[in-house]
Design a protein around this ligand. Structure first.
Ligand SMILES: [Zn+2]
Length: 411
């Protein structure tokens, strides 16, 4: 039976979104959280963008050193030969890429405006797949941008050409959130009837249907006998109204009516949901919506008489799943007395105090001062208080951390 895998795109679609940013250290933390959560792949950035390069190469080192244990790191580039070549020049050990090009009449006519036609789109995609394979890509996805508004016959032709060129997956991009659950089910079934290729589903939320369409698209792929890879973002961020939310998609397949037979990657560990969502919220500076599925403040709150009474008698009366499963339920203690923090102007005494509480020891004073210097830089880099998880990362992997926030504009 084919399976459902998660390809999280927070570090690509999420951060390219207007007014949403993450520092390179924060992006690294998201990768570490995704890895712990058992997510299959993180689209971790843009290997043709200069300010990403140290971060990308440092994260590829985390894979080499098995600090990122299972997570695949994939880059996003345009399906253009030159972009693929630049990607491998900039990040030589990159193994996974998604190559993107528009396939709708709207975009081919009104975005490319005659620079490239239908045949040219397929040629550029096929050529770039060939180049990526030659340069060492182990798995490649080909993105049909605006697939939901593309003519189905052209998508079939595009999918066949991608498969012939050696692509491993076709990313069906509902770039404008135009699909509905029934339309995406039909369209993906139609493509797969003609061309058998594993599918990635990339849905946006402009109509509030991002998660629903992702679920329906995945059902179509599995019903047609291929593996499916759903694109998500932590807390549902992403261009405009966002992408399909990571936690909601997982919850849907675990608890949705009629979805039992669709098996989601068994490495997924929802216990980490609360932590990743809270961290992302802090890093983005965007509160988790009070009614967010699973992780919102009200997701397990009951006040009205009948609901509170029912939930107290038996949680299943008003709760579809348990808060413990999402890693919720622990008390969070806030120290209201003296609080020593560490940041860009800290000295060694305060630093020692903070790290003692984290139970991290240094072999000598020289090492402690080195980590203090890194902590100062990390705080300059993040421009917000560092959390325990970040402080621990700096102490454990100082050389990689240094690389992550070393940045020199190539101008
Ligand atoms: Zn997108």
């Amino acid at each position: 039976m084919p399976k459902i895998y998660i390809v999280d795109v927070t570090n690509r679609d999420g951060v390219q979104t207007s007014r949403i940013c993450l520092s390179k250290l924060q992006k690294t933390m998201i990768n570490l959280f995704l890895d712990e959560m058992g997510v299959f792949q993180s689209e971790f950035g843009f290997p043709t963008t200069n300010h990403e390069l140290n971060y990308l190469n440092a994260n590829l080192k985390l894979v080499e050193k098995k600090i990122l244990k299972h997570l695949r790191l994939s880059g996003w580039v345009r399906a253009i030969k030159g972009d693929v070549e630049t990607a491998f020049k900039n990040a030589p050990s990159i193994k996974y890429l998604n190559l993107s090009i528009s396939t709708s009449d709207q975009m081919i006519k009104h975005k490319f405006q005659g620079k490239i036609d239908y045949k040219g789109v397929i040629k550029s995609m096929s050529q770039s797949v060939g180049v990526a394979k030659k340069l060492g890509a182990q798995a490649l996805g080909v993105n049909a941008e605006d697939a939901s508004r593309s003519r189905i016959e052209y998508l079939v032709e595009f999918a066949q050409a991608a498969k012939d060129a050696g692509a491993d997956r076709l990313r069906y991009c509902d770039t404008l959130g135009f699909d509905t659950p029934s339309s995406i089910y039909d369209r993906i079934s139609q493509i797969l009837e003609k061309v058998k290729i594993p599918i990635e589903i990339h849905c946006h939320n402009d109509l509030g249907l991002g998660v629903a369409s992702s679920v329906a698209g995945a059902q179509a792929a599995i019903d047609s006998g291929v593996d499916v890879y759903i694109n998500t973002c932590v807390n549902g961020v992403g261009e405009r109204a966002g992408n399909a939310d990571l936690i909601s998609v997982i919850l849907a397949f675990k608890y949705g009516s009629g979805l039992k037979k669709y098996k989601i990657d068994d490495r997924i560990n929802l216990k980490k949901a609360w932590k990743i969502s809270k961290y992302a919220s802090y890093a983005f500076g965007i509160p988790i919506a009070i009614n967010h599925p699973g992780v919102g403040a009200n997701a397990f709150a009951h006040e009205s008489g009948i609901h509170a009474d029912g939930a107290l008698k038996d949680r299943r009366n008003y709760e579809l799943y348990d808060y413990e499963e999402l890693g919720r339920g622990e008390l969070e203690v806030i120290d209201t007395g003296r609080n020593i923090t560490v940041g860009e102007y800290s000295g060694i005494k305060g630093f020692r105090n903070v790290y003692d509480k984290l139970e991290i020891k240094f072999k000598d004073d020289k090492e402690a001062r080195k980590i203090l210097e890194l902590v100062r830089y990390a705080n300059v880099h993040n421009q917000k208080s560092l959390v325990d998880r970040e402080l621990k990362f700096l102490a454990r992997h100082p050389d990689i951390a240094k690389m992550i926030f070393t940045m020199e504009p190539r101008i």
